[in-house]
Design a binder for this molecule. Structure first.
Ligand SMILES: [Mn+2]
Length: 344
């Protein structure tokens, strides 16, 4: 018999953890993105094929971004809110695209998951998880899940392939950001299977009228400091727009670092974007949230959250994160101009 490859060994280990279990719950990050949604759908399929057990998917917060809502609909995912979940009723708990106790998901503190599959840097507590496969260099968790499906001999359905391709594409900005050869390989295989019309429809998903209000507010509130931009989006019902505004602002010719923040569900949520290898977003976010909250990410993009104990603390906190961001970039906090007033 040929020796087992690494992915086959991992698949065997996953099977061992899943064996004999009856109810699967997959926990996602708050306001899950396409990579998280596709990875959850893939893990649910994989486990159902291996053991025939059903799975539920849970998250916290509202799914606001158009492409995320379109993807949930397209995959017919029945997403459940974490605060409606009795975690004790599930004997198999998995996390994809996030890890336990990171502050950006609704996993209760007393619950240790059975499975973690992710592409963020591995947290210390994740080593306690019976089955963990964390590959920090991968551009997307969807690429890792695709390898498992492949190893198990499962050809993803058209919707699943479409979602996985979309997940890889969106986390890596069309395979151009923070990705490796394995993402490109997975992307190539999945693109062949994907429904191209659905890909385009998901990307151009319908938006609510409030989207334009938020966008206008984000642009009006953007301050430029040298080659960095900071935008305060104010109070929000869902945090997705913070990341979306950050992506948009990084497209400015003269901007190479962006921080957007807003308050959502009693937390100050922060999105960072950088394009300079000397200013890594994942390093910056740790300095910004240090001793106040949690954060993590990748070289070119990262996110963080700080609990807001009282509403009065908000302005001071906003000033602190802005000061820390600019200090880390060695930029003068006093020299700023409004994005919309700045000369072309
Ligand atoms: Mn991801």
């Amino acid at each position: 018999m040929a020796p087992k490859t690494s992915i086959q060994r991992k698949l065997a280990a996953l099977k061992a953890v899943v064996e004999g279990k009856r109810r699967l719950l997959i926990v996602l990050q708050d306001t899950p993105d396409p990579d998280a949604l596709a990875s959850a759908a893939a893990l649910k399929t994989l486990i159902r094929e291996l053991t025939n057990i059903p799975g539920s998917i849970t998250h916290r917060g509202e799914i606001g971004r158009a492409e995320n809502r379109a993807l949930v609909q397209y995959l017919r995912l029945n997403m459940r809110q974490c605060d409606c979940i009795e975690f004790d009723r599930f004997d198999l708990i998995a996390m994809v695209d996030t890890q336990p106790y990171t502050g950006n998901n609704g996993l209760p503190e007393h619950v240790l998951p059975d499975i973690v599959i992710d592409h963020h840097p591995c947290k210390r507590s994740t080593y306690r998880v019976p089955f963990h496969d964390v590959r920090g260099r991968y551009g997307a968790t969807s690429s890792i899940l695709y390898e498992y499906l492949n190893a198990a001999g499962i050809v993803p359905s058209v919707p699943l392939a479409t979602a996985l391709f979309y997940g890889i594409r969106s986390d890596t900005q069309d395979l151009g950001r923070d990705c490796i050869e394995a993402d490109i390989r997975a992307g190539q295989d999945l693109f062949v299977l994907a429904n191209k019309r659905a890909l385009s429809e998901i990307q151009r998903g319908h938006v609510r009228r409030s989207y334009y209000h938020l966008l206008a507010r984000a642009l009006a509130n953007t301050q430029v400091y040298g080659d960095a931009a900071v935008s305060n989006l104010g109070g929000l019902n869902h945090a997705d727009m913070i990341a979306e505004a950050a992506d948009l602002l990084l497209r400015d010719d003269n901007i190479s670092a962006v921080m957007c923040y807003g308050v959502c569900e009693n937390r100050l949520c922060i999105s960072l974007r950088t394009r300079d290898p000397e200013r890594r977003s994942d390093h910056l976010i740790h300095r910004i949230v240090s001793r106040l909250g949690t954060g993590g990410g990748h070289p070119n993009y990262a996110g963080g959250q700080i609990p807001l104990k009282t509403p009065e603390k908000r302005q001071a906190l906003e000033a602190t994160v802005t000061r820390r961001f600019l200090k880390a970039l060695k930029l003068d906090t006093r020299l700023s101009e409004s994005l919309l007033d700045a000369k072309e």
